[in-house]
Design a protein around this ligand. Structure first.
Ligand code: FES
Length: 185
């Protein structure tokens, strides 16, 4: 027995509609699935960089303006866990000014390629130095060499003295390898 032409056409029409519905559904589902992957991906980590951190009190900063390297410790959160007290970076803090005491804060990450800048004490005041490609900076973080491999001076961070002696710093990281200071966090 063979199919009559009318039912065959109906079945083809039904099949075409079914494919269109399934295809449309898949198109709607795709962004939702991507969103779910992004939301539940344990590697999607939220740092607390970009906010102010209380990093020290004035009495721990040397009176003579010698910089002190301070680790920035914060809670790190990912999709599954909270990690309290993890190091998310470091800054150099330096006391400046005698009467009106100020605090200067510099990011330790070298703007050239991201190595850690070191402080070298000297006979007078010392200097900052990046061991990776020999960039050097004065105490204010300014490049001391016109041919410096670093495309910009060290990255200054906002620092405030609160409640008389607490040193708070807005901790940020910046893009490396460019003369423009572009915040990343
Ligand atoms: S990374 Fe610092 S000089 Fe190259």
């Amino acid at each position: 027995m063979t199919d009559s032409p009318a039912p065959l056409q109906e079945r083809r029409g039904f099949l075409a509609k079914l494919l269109a519905i399934v295809g449309g559904g898949a198109a709607l589902l795709a962004p939702t699935a991507l969103g779910a992957v992004s939301f539940f991906n344990p590697l999607r980590q939220k740092g607390r960089a970009g906010g102010f951190f209380k990093l020290a009190t004035l009495d721990v900063l040397p009176d003579d303006g010698t910089p002190l390297k301070i680790a920035v410790v914060a809670e790190r959160v990912d999709a599954w866990n909270r990690y309290p007290n993890e190091s998310i970076g470091a800054v150099y803090l330096r006391r400046a000014g005698k009467k009106d005491v100020k605090v200067e804060a510099l990011q330790v990450v070298c703007p050239h390629a991201g190595c850690s800048i070191m402080f070298e004490p000297g006979e007078k005041s010392g200097k900052f130095f990046c061991p990776c490609h020999n960039a050097s900076f004065d105490l204010a973080g300014v490049r001391t060499d016109r041919t410096s491999p670093s495309p910009r001076d060290m990255d200054a961070l906002e620092a405030e003295i609160r409640n008389g002696d607490e040193v708070w710093v807005k901790f940020q990281t910046f893009a490396t390898g460019t003369s423009r200071k572009t915040a990343q966090s």
